[in-house]
Design a protein. Structure first.
Length: 350
């Protein structure tokens, strides 16, 4: 009892009992708030993860399904060359390819150039411009094959695979050139068409030389380099997520692209690498590395200051064709008289 107030002070046992009753009264409410907060946090976290993965799925889908314009012209209408509509199978028999065969004026010509177009384009690839390239090759007495990869073929639902399927399709064109009597076949590739040529030459002896303009080889560095041009995503885990999604969306894993073998390969055939230092899609250092690996005495590179992806011919037309002509002359696929008759001065460049 408190003498001053005449009241009895609560005992420790009573205080503990009152505290327990108070805790019992507020604990369910706090517990509910805590559960709601945890659930809300987890919901937001899972939603953000879902959005992050969905963004990568969209990127992978877009990369696998490029928008390709229809064919607008043909070699006769564009540059006055006679041609034949042709079809031929990919070497693995997976599909029938569509293209044009432009015979050389000399019916006895035994050399053919196969033009290998890039990603997001068809055989016309207007920004190069491909018709002028074909016209120049034709004037050097080459037969010329222009064809569409599966992802670019009109009416096709096929996806782009970075070279996995396209390699078989390019080799189908090379085989067709051989069937038409070609004894020497040069693949002139642009962007991913150049990367595909590098993959094809790993498994075929039917390619005698390659001209590779702005060669794009699908591998982690170039994949991330291109993504960064459009959206600032972290390298990790973005690459891991994309590598997980590609097999689902286009049936191709990056591990199925032999980029490591290409990057280390010393090809027995002569290769001419052409690349610009301002290439925003395929870093020119990769072309320099590939060129440095080559020991064929006729292999060479031309790294063009301030030039851009697949625009080197437009930016330096005379120098471009002069160097290509010298390359073909050095490997004895173009004679000096042919080179002189194929001067760039008569080529219609923008």
């Amino acid at each position: 009892m408190n003498p001053a107030s005449g009241t009895v002070a609560p005992s420790p046992q009573q205080n503990a009992s009152q505290t327990e009753e108070h805790v019992k009264e507020i604990s369910p409410g706090r517990r509910r708030l805590r559960n709601i907060a945890v659930a809300l946090f987890l919901s937001i976290l899972f939603f953000l993860i879902f959005c992050f993965v969905a963004l990568h799925a969209y990127i992978a889908w877009v990369l696998s399904n490029p928008t390709v314009a229809p064919l607008y012209s043909n070699p006769k209408q564009a540059v006055g060359m006679e041609y034949q509509d042709v079809t031929f199978p990919a070497v693995d028999g997976s599909r029938i390819m569509q293209g044009w065969y432009i015979p050389a004026d000399d019916a006895d010509s035994k050399k053919t150039i196969v033009l290998s177009h890039g990603y997001g384009a068809n055989r016309e690839e207007t920004w190069i411009p491909m018709y002028d390239i074909a016209h120049y090759a034709h004037r050097l007495n080459f037969n010329v094959i222009m064809f569409d990869y599966g992802f670019a073929s009109q009416g096709s639902k096929e996806v782009a695979t970075g070279g996995k399927k396209e390699t078989q399709q390019l080799l189908g064109a090379v085989q067709y050139a051989k069937q038409k009597g070609a004894e020497q076949v040069v693949v002139w590739g642009f962007s991913m068409g150049g990367g595909t040529a590098l993959q094809a030459a790993l498994i075929s002896d039917d390619i005698d030389a390659m001209i590779l303009d702005s060669a794009f080889l699908l591998q982690p560095d170039t994949l991330y380099h291109n993504i960064r041009q459009n959206i600032a995503l972290p390298r990790h885990p973005s690459l891991e997520i994309l590598q997980m999604l590609f097999p689902v969306l286009n049936g191709t894993s990056l591990n199925q692209i032999p980029y490591k073998e290409v990057e280390q390969k010393d090809y027995p055939i002569p290769i001419f690498f052409i690349h610009g230092t301002e290439d925003s899609k395929a870093p020119y250092e990769i072309a320099e590395q590939l060129a440095a690996n080559q020991t064929n005495p006729n292999s060479r590179s031309w790294i063009v200051q301030d030039s851009h992806h697949e625009l080197i011919f437009r930016e330096h037309p005379r120098e471009y064709l002069r160097r290509v002509s010298n390359f073909l002359g050095d490997i004895r696929l173009a004679e000096q008289e042919e080179i002189e008759n194929g001067e760039v001065g008569e080529i219609s460049t923008p």
